[in-house]
Design a protein around this ligand. Structure first.
Ligand SMILES: Cc1cc2nc3c(=O)[nH]c(=O)nc-3n(C[C@H](O)[C@H](O)[C@H](O)COP(=O)(O)OP(=O)(O)OC[C@H]3O[C@@H](n4cnc5c(N)ncnc54)[C@H](O)[C@@H]3O)c2cc1C
Length: 560
């Protein structure tokens, strides 16, 4: 049996994973990247609107960016981490530009910016409305140039532990159906978000929270899992994202009476208030009968055909393809939809988790720079800054380690689980049904508005689904590219994480950022200015709390 062995193994080939891989390579590590889909099919590829940075050469200041991020987070973000991210943002943009990312330019030929929500300054750099794809392609070129080994279409099923340290992964090679052990002195999880736990979501099919569950199952705690972002503008019907850049370029939100209702909720920043505020405003309009068929309207007509076609061409196509709407002629129905996981695997600013040898960066990590609500265009930034930092820290850690014995027997448990799914005869229940019931439950109860009763109902349902899960059977019995088996294994990860979202939501007895409880509608800094921290134990979930790091911005009432 082949033995695979590296200093550093990066799990994930989105922006965080690629940036971590390049950093480890530059620091001289024998690094490899493993990904369950082709690298450029990672969800980072779908990012539309842009990436934030305050460039001093443009008269902007990182302190302003940090302050907006802290306020956006509803004061739950750790300010030391936010300072790091905002201070290092400018260099990250320039570095991308030097690597070859073709950012849009302004009339003077300098890098162009657009305004994004929760910020009063235009500091979002962009490539039309395909920013993620543009950056991901360029980083992938760098990965190819570095000739790093990529285990492509390999699916990590568990982390390998030895003496309390992370020493590699077990992975399923999708092409052959074989399980392999890949040893590493350090593992960096860059596995992205948890989107598909909800139905519908803006997230791609592959976004199933695997990394969070992998870490959680070996004892790494998860931070602020209740903080789940609903994006204000997702398409009626299927939940496809309509980028915030539309509002950044000047689009209005209208209710059924044709009113720009944001005047009532955020008189200053209007449509560009933070996402939690705008989503709640929309849902309130809809709930109080001023919606249009369960939606509100996003009106871009006044921007004109040229701006729409040159800067928002992708969403123009989406509107036409799915609803037959030309954005220059007709407003488009949108509603708040599941988008992003603010919480994640608890790490420090170097990406280190509580487990020696295990690092995390990007959407799967909880550093925490987004706190209770992420500002648009801060996530791409987060992936680059903390991707690089975790790649460097993992390399430094790996260099201090000597080889350790890892027994082949670590493959046995996953092998047995897979065999049990394949050997059982399908009857009745299917992974697809369990997954849909989970997604709809989460979208009903763990959404824009929550309360005790609903969150309990969600938790009960998730627990019921967890009981049904081990009895599932996989219909396809083959070895080669068994997507049925893959989806079933992913579902196991998703159910674990769904439970942590419900448990953390029930624990937080206040409203803050994206966690808005109708039954406790106030923020409570005296008792709740703290992170929720959920850990796995053999007896079930365990809830703890951790202090928020405050450096210079004291909590204030949030007004936009
Ligand atoms: C539609 C959309 C638009 C967005 N627009 C913006 C925007 O304009 N600006 C912004 O800042 N943010 C935006 N975001 C958020 C941002 O794109 C994501 O948070 C970010 O790209 C996540 O990057 P990542 O590297 O952490 O993970 P991803 O890009 O999701 O990559 C995850 C990687 O992990 C791999 N992986 C996962 N599980 C396993 C496993 N078990 N085994 C092996 N490999 C595995 C996958 O194959 C993949 O390569 C958007 C998000 C969406 C969904």
């Amino acid at each position: 049996m082949a033995v695979y062995e590296h200093d550093v193994l990066v799990v994930g080939a989105g922006l965080a994973g690629m940036r971590a891989t390049l950093a480890a390579h530059q620091k001289g590590a024998n690094v490899a990247m493993i990904t369950k889909v082709h690298p450029v099919r990672s969800h980072s590829n779908a990012a539309q609107g842009g990436i934030n940075a305050a460039l001093t050469s443009r008269g902007d200041s990182w302190e302003d960016h940090a302050q907006a991020t802290v306020k956006g987070s509803d004061y739950l973000g750790d300010q030391d981490a936010i300072e790091v991210m905002c201070q290092e943002a400018g260099d990250a943009i320039i570095e991308l530009e030097h690597m070859g990312v073709i950012f849009n330019r302004d009339e003077t030929g300098h890098l162009g910016t657009r305004r994004f929500g929760g910020q009063e300054v235009a500091r979002t750099f962009f490539v039309a409305d395909i920013t993620g794809a543009a950056i991901l392609q360029v980083l992938y070129e760098q990965v190819l140039k570095a000739q790093v080994r990529v285990y492509e279409e390999w699916f990590v099923t568990s982390l390998v532990m030895a003496d309390g340290e992370c020493r590699g992964v077990v992975a399923l090679e999708l092409m052959t159906g074989q399980l392999h052990l890949i040893k590493a002195k350090a593992v960096v999880l860059c596995t992205g978000g948890t989107g598909r736990i909800y139905e519908p979501t803006t997230n791609g099919l592959v976004v199933t929270g695997d990394g969070l569950a992998l870490a959680y199952r070996v004892g790494a705690p998860l931070l602020d899992m209740e903080m789940v972002q609903y994006h204000p503008t997702t398409l009626k019907g299927n939940g496809v994202l309509i980028t915030e850049a539309a509002r950044g370029e000047g689009a209005y939100l209208l209710n059924a009476k044709g009113e720009r209702f944001m005047e009532k909720y955020a008189p200053k920043l209007m449509e560009l208030a933070s996402r939690d505020v705008v989503s709640r405003a929309e849902q309130t309009e809809i709930n109080e009968g001023r919606g249009v068929d369960g939606c509100v309207l996003l009106d871009l007509r006044h921007l004109g055909k040229e701006v729409i076609e040159t800067k928002l061409g992708y969403i123009n196509e989406v509107a036409m393809d799915f609803l037959g709407i030309n954005l220059a002629e007709e407003p488009i129905p949108v509603r708040p939809g599941h988008h992003y996981q603010m919480g994640g695997i608890k790490t420090n600013v170097l990406g280190a988790t509580s487990i020696p040898g295990l690092y995390a960066a990007g959407e799967c990590a909880g550093v925490s720079v987004h706190g209770a609500n992420r500002l648009g265009a801060n996530s791409l930034l987060d992936t680059l800054i903390f991707g690089r930092r975790s790649g460097e820290a993992a390399t430094a850690h790996a260099k201090e380690q000597s080889p350790k014995e890892v027994p082949e027997s670590v493959l046995e448990a996953d092998g047995a689980l897979i065999r049990s799914f394949l050997e059982r005869k399908p009857k009745g229940d299917s992974w697809a049904r369990v997954r849909l019931e989970m997604g709809e439950t989460m979208n009903q109860y763990m959404a824009v508005f929550r309360n005790e009763e609903g969150m309990k109902a969600a938790l009960n349902k998730v627990c019921e689904l967890k009981e049904r899960y081990p009895r599932l059977a996989v219909q396809d019995k083959g070895q080669v590219f068994n997507t049925n088996l893959l989806f079933t294994l992913e579902l196991g990860f998703m159910l674990d994480i769904a439970e942590t979202i419900c448990v953390s939501g029930l624990a937080r007895k206040e409203s803050r950022g994206a966690h808005y409880r109708g039954d406790i509608p106030r923020r409570d800094d005296v008792n709740w200015l703290k992170h929720t921290v959920v850990s796995w134990t053999p007896e079930g979930t365990q809830m703890d709390f951790a202090p928020v790091t405050i450096t210079r911005w004291q909590p204030q009432e949030r007004r936009y």
